[in-house]
Design a binder for this molecule. Structure first.
Ligand code: HEM
Length: 132
């Protein structure tokens, strides 16, 4: 139908409805899915560096990746992967007919697991890099 597609229509729809659990889950899934795809390309690009420079350049690059700003970005990526993976599991369970009447509760259970895992990962990364 004309006017019922495209980014503008999508944004208008999302902004008009209040951020209910389902809307939020859908948005989070899309944003984290795209984030992981973007990371995948950056990762392949960075790893292909060895193809052009097999010398110490790669070690320097790895040292840069171990710096605090990159570690924080890593944790954001980890959060995205956990949110996407666990919510993806919820969608798959729902598609198979499980928890159909409990999918909102299941979303929050999954997000609680994701948040806990991010907190643990942050603590581990911080401990390994002398943040505390
Ligand atoms: C950890 C394991 C993963 C699980 C369980 C999972 C699960 C899912 C599911 C079930 C969907 C469909 C959502 C729907 O029906 O609306 C989906 C969409 C998607 N996934 Fe994953 N996924 C995983 C990993 C990944 C990875 C590694 C990437 C990127 C390289 C990725 C990128 C995407 C993208 C871009 C979409 C489309 C999002 C959208 O159109 O809203 N996923 N995922």
């Amino acid at each position: 139908m004309a006017g019922h597609s495209g980014l503008g229509y999508y944004l208008r729809r999302v902004l008009r409805v209040s951020l209910e659990t389902g809307t939020m889950a859908h948005l989070l899934h899309r944003v984290t899915g795209l984030l992981i795809v973007v990371y995948l390309f950056l990762h392949i690009g960075a790893m292909s560096y060895t193809y052009f420079d097999a010398g110490s350049g790669f070690d320097d690059l790895m040292a840069t990746f171990a710096s605090t700003p990159f570690l924080i970005v890593d944790l954001v990526l980890f959060a995205g992967v956990m949110i996407h993976g666990l919510n993806g599991l919820r969608i798959m369970l729902f598609d198979m007919g499980y928890f159909s009447r409990r999918q909102k509760e299941l979303f929050w259970v999954m997000m609680a697991i994701a948040a806990t895992s991010v907190l643990i990962a942050t603590w581990l990364v911080g401990a390994a890099h002398g943040w505390w």
